[in-house]
Design a protein around this ligand. Structure first.
Ligand code: PLP
Length: 439
């Protein structure tokens, strides 16, 4: 049982005075974990990470879903090492940008052009901008029941955390219910000829209605708007490159990040030529669209990491491995939940590409306290669990057996907490939602 968090406690005591939020992604913050948990990670290898107290954990969320092959994965590191030796940033583009453009677009035959950046928000915002420029409309639409698309005004202004965003910006975003064609149609009826684009993840944790994605894309395009498929999470997970292939659809633009370079900072937007080219410089006399322009967008070793990642996915059929791991986890965990008679209190959403656990208290309401208690007990047992599992190429069947054996023990404890309340068992406060009005 892991109980030594001495260095972590020391880290926690300092970091919030130095870094607002104590991390550079709110979902990595201390308010997202139980008190008995690592505050910072020292290293990772394959499917495991070690914290600053040298505790070893099986990793479950794999760098916020960005590490699909495994931590410090050698073939990717080799490519990165080679590229670093050649220099990482130049006055002109690096040769590797052409190589990557061709390679990535070969995975997305629906699209002819690609633009690189360093994280997801840059490319989702760029996609929104080009859609507005192309359609000459202002409104941006996205599902209100999806968690996140960007830290920029057009998205954050619609969440609880809207401080710092002017009302003038907020009213330019409009929302509808995810995966609900009628809701989408009602939105377009309410704002005729005003919506520039719909941006949506292709799928979340519940199955899509039959033919939904194709129907939604066809409808939006018929309305003269742009359909942006945000494959930030689904990319390199549901398929290679993602749900665009799984459902064989042709959105106008797709946005990619997270897992496409095995954790290195590399993101991209791909799109149809007639739209993407308005961000270009060769059409004499056309109005300029300042699509994205970032000093580090062409950083060579991150692109090399991306190329090596694609090569590994193709060479080893990584998607198939990861889905097998996900299927196994789903099967074993669901059996254990049933065996422990907890099916009314713990459920698993998602599919073989990612699994999300939902925890409820004895009145069957979703409960952060019960969730945090479960996390605490899994973490004690060497599993860095944040209520989700993202299979990667380094996860083995043995890792899943380890996960399920520890889960089984925690399920027994869960029953006690259902009877007498998590407050008796949880050390420290429950985790809080990332999007909340007040701390
Ligand atoms: C669906 C989706 N889009 C965009 C983003 C933004 O990506 P990044 O954190 O790389 O800026 C995220 C991040 O979680 C995401 O989940």
């Amino acid at each position: 049982m892991i109980s030594n968090f001495k260095n972590s406690n020391n880290y926690r005591s300092k970091i919030h005075n130095l870094i607002p939020g104590g991390a550079h992604t709110y979902s990595k913050g201390d308010d997202q974990f139980p008190l008995l948990s690592p505050a910072a990670i020292k290293k990772g290898k394959g499917a495991y990470v070690w914290d600053i107290d040298d505790n070893k954990f099986l990793d479950c969320s794999m760098g916020l879903t960005s590490v699909g092959l495994g931590h410090a994965y050698e073939p990717v590191l080799d490519a990165v090492r080679k590229e670093i030796e050649l220099g990482v940033n130049f006055q002109r583009p690096s040769y590797i940008e052409l190589e990557m453009a061709e390679k990535f677009l070969s995975l997305v035959p629906q699209h002819q052009m690609i633009k690189f950046a360093k994280n997801g928000s840059i490319v989702t915002t760029a996609a929104v901008k080009i859609a507005r420029a192309y359609t000459k409309r202002n409104l941006v639409a996205f599902p209100y029941d999806h968690p996140f698309y960007s830290y920029d005004d057009w998205f954050i202004g619609k969440t609880q955390c809207d401080a710092g965003i002017p009302d003038e910006a907020k009213i330019l975003s409009v929302t509808y219910k995810a995966d609900d064609l009628n809701s989408l149609k009602e939105l377009f009826a309410k704002y005729p000829n005003q919506i520039a684009c719909v941006i949506s993840e292709p799928e979340k944790w519940t199955p899509l209605p039959d033919n939904y994605l194709q129907d939604a894309i066809t409808f939006v395009q018929a309305q003269g708007a742009i359909y942006i498929l945000d494959e930030m999470i689904t990319g390199f997970k549901t398929d290679l490159p993602g749900s665009i292939k799984k459902y064989n659809v042709t959105p106008d633009i797709a946005t990619w990040g997270k897992g496409i370079a095995n954790g290195f900072s590399f993101s991209a937007m791909t799109g149809k030529k007639e739209i993407m080219e308005i961000g270009g410089i060769i059409k004499e006399g056309s109005e300029r669209v300042f699509l994205t322009s970032t000093t580090h967008g062409g950083e060579t070793h991150a692109i090399a990491a991306g190329i090596a990642t694609i090569n590994e996915y193709q060479k080893h059929n990584v998607i198939e491995h990861n889905h097998k791991i996900g299927d196994l986890l789903l099967k074993e965990c669901n059996e254990l939940i049933l065996k422990n008679n907890l099916q009314d209190y713990i459920s698993i959403l998602g599919d073989n590409w990612m699994q999300v656990f939902v925890f409820k208290k004895n009145n069957k309401e979703v409960c952060m306290g019960m969730r945090t208690y479960f996390m605490q007990e899994m973490i004690k047992r060497g599993i860095l669990f944040q209520a989700a599992f993202v299979p990667c190429f380094s996860h083995t069947q043995q890792d899943i057996q380890f996960f399920t054996s520890q889960l089984n023990e925690c399920l027994k404890l869960y029953q006690n907490a259902l009877n007498d309340g998590y407050e008796k068992h949880l050390i420290g406060p429950p985790t809080k939602p990332v999007f909340r009005k007040f701390n």
